[in-house]
Design a protein around this ligand. Structure first.
Ligand code: PHE
Length: 342
């Protein structure tokens, strides 16, 4: 077979291989096979210089022509195969933007947390600092330092969960008062939200509940400051029109002790069948009082120089009233049907 015949054969083979290549990578193999560095056609071109001079022109011309033709065919085929591949890829990666998105669950704030946030925000706005303390408390901080010595009947009034070795689950947030006063000098302005525990369970009592304690100790604080502060807080939480009143009460660690009522934010006292105040016109809201000098002395403050007021409220109870929820136990069951309403 002459070189020219072989070139013709290779040309035909290559063109049919190009025609049947189905992908860009097939085409690349075809190119390497027929036009690559060690392809037969390349070898033939390299050997032209060894041919007798009269043959060189013909073989050279034929091989160049074959190369050009194969290159041309490869190029053309590559364009159409690549276009098909691109279309396929686009089709596979296509995103249907008209499909509905994946819905995600929206959370909501627990009703107690809403009240806690509002109350804490209010006091922070007045310059109070947030203080926290442990839920497992020593007998000393929960009782003794608050003027409730061992054996005192007031201890029995709070259904305490006793733990080992003089520890209790704190029955109120008042021990945070003591911890705060022991850790700093007056003036003190703190608000202390937290969980508290009592052995109690019925529609309006749960073994765990929240409290928010407040404590202010400074020179010259009076019951007037207490009332003004709490009245402003009540307006912040329940609305501009509510009024407050103080009733005498008793807590071991304050003197005098008071309870604070808020005028009914729903009926203002005008509806004998009101669901919120049950016709009373007033809602009991919190316990408070002037810090007992014995407590100030206990933490090393001079009661001749400083006076203070303290208050403790139940944000869960406040949320029940605010949202008209009849059963406190709902707050802690974690039922999403309940929680999603807020
Ligand atoms: N610690 C009291 C309670 O849990 C509430 C209270 C706090 C009363 C501060 C007076 C002053 O009942």
């Amino acid at each position: 077979m002459t070189a020219a015949e072989r070139i013709e054969e290779l040309r035909e083979e290559a063109l049919s291989a190009v025609a049947s290549a189905g992908s860009t990578s097939d085409l690349e193999s075809v190119r390497v096979r027929y036009l690559g560095r060690s392809a037969e056609l390349t070898e033939i071109k390299k050997s032209i210089r060894d041919l007798p001079p009269e043959d060189r022109k013909a073989v050279g011309g034929a091989s160049n022509k074959a190369t050009k033709e194969i290159e041309g065919a490869l190029h053309e085929r590559l364009e159409s195969v690549a276009a098909t591949e691109r279309e396929e890829r686009l089709r596979a990666e296509a995103v249907d933007v008209t499909l509905p998105g994946t819905p995600y669950l929206k959370g909501s704030l627990h009703p107690s947390l809403r009240v806690i946030d509002e109350v804490v925000d209010f006091f922070v706005g007045l310059g109070y600092r947030v203080a926290e303390g442990p839920e497992v408390e020593t007998d000393y901080y929960n009782f003794t330092a608050l003027n409730i010595p061992p054996g005192h009947p007031a201890r029995g009034m709070q259904d305490t969960f006793f733990l080992d070795e003089g520890l209790v689950l704190r029955t109120h947030t008042s021990p945070v008062q003591i911890r705060t006063m022991l850790s700093q000098e007056p003036p003190v302005y703190v608000v202390c939200p937290g969980r508290t525990y009592r052995r109690d369970s019925d529609p309006t009592h749960t073994p765990m509940f929240n409290q928010i304690e407040g404590l202010a100790v400074d020179k010259g604080l009076t019951l007037g400051h207490l009332k003004g502060t709490l009245a402003a807080m009540a307006r912040h939480v329940f609305g501009e029109d509510v009024k407050v009143r103080l009733r005498p009460s008793y807590f071991q660690f304050v003197e005098p002790g008071v309870e604070l009522d808020v005028s009914c934010f729903r009926c203002g006292g005008s509806d004998p069948n009101c669901k919120v105040c049950r016709g009373a016109g007033w809602i009991e809201m919190l316990g408070a009082g002037m810090v007992d000098p014995a407590v100030l002395t206990e933490v090393g403050y001079d009661p001749e120089e400083y006076t203070g007021f303290a208050f403790g409220m139940g944000p869960d109870r406040m949320a029940m009233v605010r949202y008209g929820i009849p059963d406190l136990r709902l707050f802690f069951e974690g039922d999403l049907r309940f929680l999603h309403q807020f």
